[in-house]
Write a protein that binds this ligand. Structure first.
Ligand SMILES: [Zn+2]
Length: 505
């Protein structure tokens, strides 16, 4: 019933391709395109390792204009420095100053966690104006690349049937409790735009990975995407713009995200991604092609009432607390004993000859001491595991409480989102404003009638994590299922809407 009501809301489809008053007219059979790029790094926020950018690609035929904007920021609104009024303000200004209709604007956040200027509206409009002022006839091509070395699925399957995720916010469970890992999507979607003289004007690439590895100095950074885009731009024609559109990265981390033995660095990961994009770019032949389509669709999704799950977690917390037991050890004695008992499991407490003397005298004093120490160490370790479990529970329950409060404050059991359908030549894309997890992207691609179908999250808004129904059964166990406001029905609603949108593209 709920989904029926919601489906009615989908009927509101805006075909957004509208005439832009901007500049040049396209030749029949060919598109015009231009690029712009403006630095948005907040240099007053501390040292910057590399710049963050807002980038724009404007693509146009004689009747329609599509504005693609990528921002090296965590989200388009809701989180971080990009405020909720950013996209509406940018749209208003692009309409007033360039005659570009609001529905022709797509803005994707790379989801890097760099610190950008408090307001990037001017810089965004400036990037689009640069692009419009440089519109030039282009040939286009699309293809796919592959990269599987730089990321890992952060959700781990536990032997007890639950899942945990790999975060810095809390510890992982003991290795013995891990049963397996989940898949990643290695596919890179690529569009190449060439000038008429054969030089590359721009590359658009779509891939799924949280760009949150950081750099060894800890300085401000655009992370993996800063490096990958730089590699692409430096190895194609002068002035090439590489635009990244973040994919379904909700459950995808950089590889070795929790490394504590080496300085964590986004650079090698970004370089590998950039090289894989370049490999795909070289295989793409650009042709005259005037297929350009972009439309918006509003969608109403159901929110979850999280009260019951929060109450269950409260009970679970009580149970865990009751398992904490006093032991004679503290961290200092526990650590010293652990080293001794690992170093010499048979004779941990003294040289072996004292054990032999004990034996000769038919005594077991040292062995009795060892047995007691082992029991105490095990009890102390058990407390540590309970404590780690509590840190996971409390962190994820705090997310559930936050979303429950937001639901109550909103006074609504639904949330409205904006989707975009985009075609550039053979490249087809559907966008969504949340952190879609990788199975959702792979589902949409698999069911699409188009060979080169891609999905971008983090676009035209932000509604936190959007996991699958199955992942949601683990609510409270991992960030993706806890930092989430949606009810499980959302997945079918979105995936079927995406399928309908793909049919229109
Ligand atoms: Zn995220």
């Amino acid at each position: 019933m709920l989904s029926k009501i919601l489906r009615c809301a989908f009927c509101l489809v805006f075909l957004s391709l509208a005439a832009a008053s901007a500049a040049a007219a396209a030749e029949p059979g060919k598109l015009l395109a231009g690029t712009g790029k403006v630095d948005i790094t907040d240099y007053s926020a501390g040292p910057a390792n590399d710049p963050m950018f807002v980038k724009a690609i404007v693509i146009k035929d004689d009747s329609q204009t599509a504005v693609l904007i990528s921002v090296d920021a965590v989200a388009i609104g809701e989180l971080g420095r990009v405020k909720d009024d950013y996209l509406p303000t940018v749209r208003k200004r692009l309409e007033a100053e360039l005659g570009i209709p609001p529905t022709g604007v797509l803005a994707n956040a790379s989801h890097c966690h760099g610190v950008i200027l408090p307001d990037i509206t001017d810089q965004t409009v400036q990037a689009v104006k640069q692009a419009v002022s440089q519109l030039t006839p282009v040939t286009i091509g699309a293809g796919r690349g592959s990269e599987d070395r730089i990321m890992e699925n952060r959700r781990l399957k536990l032997k007890n049937g639950k899942e945990v995720d790999v975060r810095h916010a809390y510890s992982l469970p003991p290795d013995e409790e891990i049963a397996g890992v989940a898949p990643t999507d290695p596919e890179i979607g690529v569009v190449r735009l060439n000038r008429e003289n054969g030089e590359t004007l721009a590359v658009i690439y779509n891939f799924a990975c949280h760009p949150i590895q950081g750099v060894p100095s800890g300085a401000n950074t655009a992370d993996i995407i800063g490096y990958s885009s730089k590699v692409i731009e430096e190895n194609l024609s002068d002035g090439t713009l590489a635009m990244f559109l973040q994919g379904c990265a909700g459950d995808i981390n950089p590889a070795y995200y929790k490394d504590v033995d080496h300085p964590r660095s986004a650079e090698p990961l970004g370089n590998l991604l950039g090289l894989s994009v370049l490999k795909a770019v070289r295989q793409i032949e650009c042709q005259p092609d005037d297929r350009l389509m972009m439309f918006n669709q509003s969608l109403t999704l159901p929110r979850s009432d999280l009260a019951d799950r929060i109450a269950e977690l409260d009970a679970e917390e009580k149970l865990l607390l009751s398992k904490l037991r006093g032991t004679t050890l503290n961290f200092k004695t526990f650590l010293a004993l652990t080293v001794k008992y690992k170093l010499s499991p048979d004779f941990p407490s003294h040289y072996s000859h004292r054990y032999f003397y004990d034996e000769a005298q038919e005594k077991a004093d040292l062995k009795t001491l060892d047995a007691q120490n082992k029991r105490d160490m095990q009890a102390y370790l058990q407390n540590v595991f309970v404590m780690e479990q509590l840190t996971r529970l409390q962190t994820n329950r705090a997310l559930l409480r936050k979303h429950q409060q937001k639901m109550i404050d909103s006074g609504k059991r639904t949330i409205d989102v904006e989707l975009v359908g985009l075609r550039i030549g053979d490249f087809v894309m559907v966008t969504f404003p949340g952190e879609l997890t990788s199975p959702i992207g792979m589902n949409i691609k698999r069911k699409s009638p188009h060979d080169l179908t891609f999905v971008a999250g983090y676009t035209n808004g932000y509604i936190y994590y959007c996991p699958t129904v199955e992942q949601m059964q683990n609510r409270g166990g991992a960030q993706e299922d806890s930092d989430c406001l949606l009810a499980p029905e959302w997945q079918e609603i979105f995936e079927s809407t995406a399928a309908e949108m793909l049919k229109k593209l």
